[in-house]
Design a protein around this ligand. Structure first.
Ligand SMILES: Cc1cc2nc3c(=O)[nH]c(=O)nc-3n(C[C@H](O)[C@H](O)[C@H](O)COP(=O)(O)OP(=O)(O)OC[C@H]3O[C@@H](n4cnc5c(N)ncnc54)[C@H](O)[C@@H]3O)c2cc1C
Ligand SMILES: Cc1cc2nc3c(=O)[nH]c(=O)nc-3n(C[C@H](O)[C@H](O)[C@H](O)COP(=O)(O)O)c2cc1C
Length: 568
């Protein structure tokens, strides 16, 4: 089947690999062929697996880890292994010491932090002194290489389970956003361990990470800003910017986002340099790159709202007693001065890299050729008695038409328009409208026949009706079949999208029963939770169900890809 050259190449590769690397390759190849051919780790019907019961726990923020954990459980079942799947928030922590086989699928969020629902599990294993000597485990870590602390939570969980005495059966597998092949490879290795006649325990993670197939890396696009418009009118409490970028050659789908790495405020950088009397033009080495102190502070490192861990590092390095709470670099330097320029440079190179921020694409490939549009609300909040702004949204709010902006594409494979004849219900208050402007523009340009119903909300009709003209035109031309608006501050009592959903309960349930897809985009907290709560009530009441059956109905929608969220 292989020619001589191919055979030699394969033998050369195999000859250089350690056992772990061979295991990885085996798993990787299994993963590749899964779906078209049975995994080599498969147990034939006649064989009994060596292990017949496992627990899979997942820690997720946006659903990827849950989806993978559920898929793994199904695959395990095909191999006659009973897999209990639980979110880390539902998992009884006291059961951990009783587990024999535990698989953990966990993503990293925030700045290298666990998903909120996994926090208790994470803290439990880190804080509580107990032993897990009987535990056999493996961790699949989901992450994104564009973040400075790639798969940090998965790494922590893997190491901590080992510290507590757990035996790692398969090395930690880190996965980037295109996680399918790596995840399938990891699970194949796990299956092999569970089904092999002789147990093979991997005592420690391999010293050298097995060479993963070369990743393409994130392609960075240079977009020219074509338009930069504040969509809020005078008198609004908000500033929401519609930004159009020209970016030839970009291929995206509705539902995707773009990632942007912000720059720090120039005045703040100058103030920091002045505060410590540093030479801004001096070169330093940061992550193997030579940059000037000014460039480092302006474009590379995070200098505002440092994490607690970074504040702790600051304290250790400077020898000061500093309260462990998030703080800005400048205020730390003012209150707890560094000794000299050398100490300042040491401090700088230990700072976290600036993290990208994601923005849901508001344009559509069929409608806005070669362009990407986003909608960014300036994040304004009070801290330490002062009004402050979020770093990236403030940076983008000051952008000017004609300037270049670097960005990368962040696909969202779950949040997709269904086939053109399907009905969709879209709930997108505030910047959540971005995804649905994209959906509607695509459906308009392609003449899709499915019905479209939008719930939109903001503070006031006169100042905050984002994309009003376009939405009205789509309504007039029949692209938008129904629009339900909730302007919270136009009357005494607050009215939000979830209230409009309840008012339309009968029709909404009818649409769902007829096969409609339900999408939510925008603020996770509290919006998406309130919307879900209302949806459950509507299903229960209109479907004359118990609360439990309504929950199952919604889970069914989710499993069918008919209840999707892009929330943040
Ligand atoms: C998938 C996805 C899609 C998204 N789509 C959109 C979109 O379409 N439109 C949109 O506008 N946003 C969107 N976001 C949110 C966006 O990525 C950013 O999180 C948002 O713009 C805020 O980023 P920032 O840099 O302005 O704020 P940051 O500087 O990151 O601040 C965020 C928060 O941290 C706290 N904080 C920051 N600095 C301080 C300080 N000095 N003191 C005290 N507290 C502080 C505040 O609570 C602040 O609100 C999306 C997010 C995700 C994950
Ligand atoms: C706001 C935000 C912050 C993130 N921070 C990190 C991070 O610090 N490190 C990392 O490796 N991945 C990070 N990610 C990427 C997620 O881990 C990745 O998208 C993962 O597939 C999500 O899995 P989940 O859906 O199970 O939560 C972040 C994603 C978002 C949206």
């Amino acid at each position: 089947m292989l020619n001589d050259v191919q055979q030699k190449a394969l033998q050369d590769l195999i000859g250089k690999c350690s056992r772990e690397e061979l295991l990885w390759i085996n798993g990787y190849l299994n993963g590749l062929v899964q779906g078209t051919a049975p995994a080599t780790a498969a147990v034939t019907d006649a064989q009994a697996p060596r292990v017949n019961k496992i627990t899979i726990v997942y820690g997720t923020e946006t659903g990827n880890s849950k989806k993978l954990a559920t898929d793994f459980a199904l695959k395990a079942k095909q191999h006659k292994i009973h897999a209990k799947v639980l979110g880390m928030d539902q998992y009884r922590l006291t059961d951990l010491t009783k587990e024999e086989y535990l698989l953990a699928v966990i993503s990293t969020h925030g700045e290298g932090e666990p998903p909120a629902a996994a926090r208790k599990f994470y803290d439990h294993i880190h804080l509580n002194g107990f032993r897990l000597d009987n535990l056999k485990y493996s961790v699949l870590a989901l992450g994104d290489t564009s973040y400075p602390l790639y798969c940090k939570t998965g790494e922590d969980v893997d190491q901590q389970l080992q510290k507590l005495g757990g035996n790692r059966i398969v090395p930690l597998q880190k996965c980037d956003v295109d996680y399918d092949a790596d995840a399938a490879s990891w699970f194949s290795q796990v299956l092999q361990q569970l089904t092999e006649p002789v147990p093979a325990v991997v005592a420690a993670a391999p010293a050298v990470k097995p060479a993963a197939p070369a990743k393409k890396g994130k392609q960075v696009y240079q977009g020219t800003v074509l338009a930069h418009i504040n969509l809020n009118d005078q008198g609004s409490n908000k500033e929401t910017y519609h930004i159009e970028l020209q970016a030839d050659g970009i291929e995206y789908q509705c539902g995707d986002s773009i990632g942007i790495v912000p720059e720090n405020d120039s005045q703040l950088v100058t103030d920091i340099i002045a505060r410590v009397n540093a030479d801004g033009n001096k070169s330093v080495l940061y992550k193997n790159e030579k940059v000037t102190v000014y460039e480092l502070l302006k474009r590379k490192v995070n200098i505002v709202h440092l994490t607690e861990k970074q504040v702790q590092q600051y304290a250790t390095l400077t020898g000061h007693t500093v309260p462990v709470k998030r703080a800005d670099l400048l205020s730390l330097l003012q209150q707890y001065p560094v000794k000299n320029a050398t100490q300042f440079e040491e401090l700088l190179v230990g700072l976290n890299a600036l993290a990208p921020r994601l923005y849901t694409i508001a344009s559509a490939p069929a409608a806005h050729l070669g362009e990407v549009h986003i909608l960014v609300v300036k994040d304004q909040f009070e801290a330490d008695g002062k009004m402050k702004t979020g770093l990236c949204s403030d940076y983008l709010s000051q952008y000017k038409a004609g300037k270049q902006l670097s960005f990368f594409l962040q696909p969202n494979r779950r949040f997709r328009l269904p086939s053109e004849e399907k009905d969709i219900i879209m709930v997108g208050p505030g910047t959540g409208i971005a995804a649905f402007r994209s959906f509607l523009a695509e459906r308009d340009a392609t003449g899709a026949s499915g019905r479209n119903w939008l719930f939109f909300g903001e503070q006031r009709f006169t100042t905050d009706f984002l994309y009003q003209t376009e939405l009205q035109q789509w309504f007039e031309t029949g692209v938008l079949n129904k629009i339900s608006l909730a302007f919270s501050r136009d009357q005494q009592e607050k009215i939000y999208v979830q209230h409009r959903m309840r008012e339309e309960a009968a029709t909404l349930f009818q649409w769902l029963q007829q096969g409609a897809y339900f999408f939510v985009c925008g603020k996770k907290d509290p919006m998406s939770h309130e919307v879900e709560h209302a949806l459950l009530e509507i299903i229960q009441e209109q479907g004359k169900m118990t609360a439990e059956s309504a929950k199952q109905y919604l889970e069914q929608l989710e499993a069918q890809g008919r209840y999707e969220k892009d929330v943040y």
